[in-house]
Ligand binder design. Structure first.
Ligand code: SF4
Ligand code: SF4
Length: 117
């Protein structure tokens, strides 16, 4: 697994575009074992690339509320890109770690907005 390969930067401008990309996850879970944090969390799915994609999707469509319990899995991602490599090697073709990075950025803005209330 070459984790040094060039990472693709996605042009995602807003929540709706991110939600559309996240919805392309086919839930195959091929990427689970690639994630060290998942392995160290005694295989808690929410701590994997797959789990983070699903959690972001649920946050963005307002199925779950933004709190510490959901923020932690998103922010514990190391951005190593291993999940992306597996996803692409299996033909699923999602920029998993990039989607997590963009999701984090959107959440940070939302958290700042909530604190500013
Ligand atoms: S490998 Fe890709 S499509 Fe499959 S669960 Fe992981 S992120 Fe979703
Ligand atoms: S980029 Fe994040 S979710 Fe993907 S394998 Fe690395 S730590 Fe896990």
């Amino acid at each position: 697994m070459d984790i040094g390969e060039k990472r693709e930067r996605l042009e995602i401008k807003n929540k709706d575009e991110l939600l559309e990309e996240l919805s392309k996850c086919r839930r195959c879970r091929f990427c689970l074992d690639a994630c060290e944090i998942y392995q160290q969390s005694e295989n808690s799915e929410v701590m994997s690339g797959y789990g983070r994609v699903q959690l972001l999707r649920l946050l963005l469509d307002n199925t779950v509320q933004l709190d510490d319990a959901v923020v932690y899995p998103i922010y514990s991602c190391l951005q190593c890109g291993r999940c992306t490599i597996v996803c692409k090697s299996k033909g699923q073709n999602l920029e998993v770690s990039e989607l997590i990075r963009i999701g984090r950025s959107l959440l940070a803005k939302e958290l700042a907005r909530q604190k500013g209330k």
